[in-house]
Design a binder for this molecule. Structure first.
Ligand SMILES: [Zn+2]
Length: 418
């Protein structure tokens, strides 16, 4: 048995505990209770490992590509540069993504993967993941061929599950979505990310018309309506920015899980997803960092703050998203969105021992008054002391450096910039 205590423990499915410990055995939590353990972290908060509801580990060094360009031009830059890489480059980049995630206290990620490299990298570094292999096709036969080719490269492990990602309703037909959902594995997509998507799908016009060759034919309907026949609790949808009241009701009726990515949506100029309305409709929403292709980092703390800033600004209410509610979006709520809430997302006996320890020493939030606010507003990857997945330490401040991982990933980025 292993036990770890801290000045505060935030189980997230119960009230905060002052000076408390978490004990686990064989990777499973057996006790969460007040009292110090032999190993105690002063000035720190122990909480469930963060669950990232949307990432692309394979884009960890795409930072700044096409920044400030309109959505379709940004996508064009990204695709052109990605073509300069071979699979081994994608793997070294994905390793960096997995390292950055663990360094930010993320213990589980829902990763949409172009090459499958994310699955290999996550398994190697000990990051729990659902890796959704991407397909881009109008014809289910073509999608099947793409999936089989990528699937051959990857293996499921104790930590890594394989799913499939029909990329978006403008790159995949409804028939392809239906085929993906028939496989009985996790399915994730991008949905209603920006206005030009709706414009293309409904009218065949707008900025996306310039690249029409890479998209499926317009459906004559907006993005959510395009997928109306196949919306279901098994289809994880990233973004959902451009959704009106009727579309939110439709998503809720089908219990569609949503990954909310406020930094990505803001930086690409897509907008701000109606988080308050999505939550009020009873939808399962998890927080996602997306990737450095659109956001600066896999820094979940920055994502938490962005979620709070944008929700409060949009609603003009300081209680639109509390620090604790934001933390839930990045832990237990994200686990629910991935249908993993029985095994991860909170600190309670019987769940996997996935934990993150955050130090608030010498921060403006020390001494700690409200541990949730201290973590959300005062936290950063620099303050992550330790990240534990399945009871095993996968990152420890000052000890885990991943120098080789970083230098090989930089070399791959240099190649893209050449
Ligand atoms: Zn994405």
């Amino acid at each position: 048995m292993t036990a770890l205590s801290a000045d505060w423990v935030l189980p997230l499915d119960g009230p905060p505990l002052r000076e408390a410990h978490v004990t686990w055995e064989d990777g499973v939590i057996v006790e969460v209770a007040p009292g110090r353990a032999e190993r105690h972290l002063d000035d720190a908060v122990l909480l469930p490992g963060f669950v990232n509801a949307h990432s692309h580990l394979e884009y960890s060094v795409y930072a700044g590509f096409g920044d400030g360009l309109p959505f379709s031009a940004w996508l064009g830059t990204h695709i052109t540069r990605k073509r300069k890489l071979v699979y081994d480059d994608m793997l070294v980049i994905a390793r960096r993504g997995a390292a950055d995630s663990l360094g930010s206290g993320i213990t589980t990620t829902a990763d949409y993967s172009f090459s499958g490299a994310s699955a290999v990298a996550a398994a190697e570094l000990g990051l729990r993941a659902i890796v959704y292999l991407e397909v881009f096709a109008g014809d289910p036969g073509v999608a099947e061929g793409q999936f089989e080719a990528t699937r051959e490269r990857v293996a499921e492990t104790d930590l890594v599950r394989i799913g499939i990602s029909p990329h978006a309703p403008y790159t995949c037909s409804v028939e392809v979505y239906r085929w993906c959902l028939s496989l009985g594995i996790p399915v994730g997509t991008h949905l209603a990310e920006n206005g030009s998507e709706n414009e293309w799908l409904e009218h065949g016009t707008g900025p996306m018309a310039a690249n029409s060759a890479i998209f499926v034919a317009p459906s004559g309907k907006r993005a959510v309506a395009t997928l109306a026949d196949i919306l279901c609790p098994e289809l994880l949808c990233a973004h959902c920015v451009e959704v009106d009241a009727g579309e939110i009701a439709l998503l809720a009726e089908h219990d569609v899980p949503i990954a909310h990515c406020p930094r990505s949506n803001a930086l690409l100029g897509c907008g701000a997803a109606p988080l308050a309305e999505l939550l009020a409709a009873g939808l399962r929403v998890g927080l996602g960092t997306d990737s450095p292709a659109s956001t600066p980092s896999f820094d979940i703390f920055e994502e938490l703050r962005a979620a709070v800033y944008i929700a409060r600004a949009r609603e003009r209410r300081p209680d639109a998203l509390t620090a604790e509610a934001a933390l839930r979006l990045a832990t237990i709520d994200a686990a629910r969105a991935l249908s993993l809430e029985a095994s991860i997302g909170s600190l309670s006996p019987g769940k996997q021992a996935d934990l993150t320890a955050v130090s608030l020493a010498e921060s403006p939030y020390h001494p700690i008054e409200d541990p949730a606010a201290a973590v959300v507003f005062g936290g950063s990857p620099d303050r992550v002391l330790e990240t534990i997945v399945n009871g095993q330490t996968r990152y420890r401040q000052g000890e885990t450096a991943w120098q080789e991982v970083r230098s090989t990933a930089s070399a791959a980025r240099r190649q893209m910039l050449a």
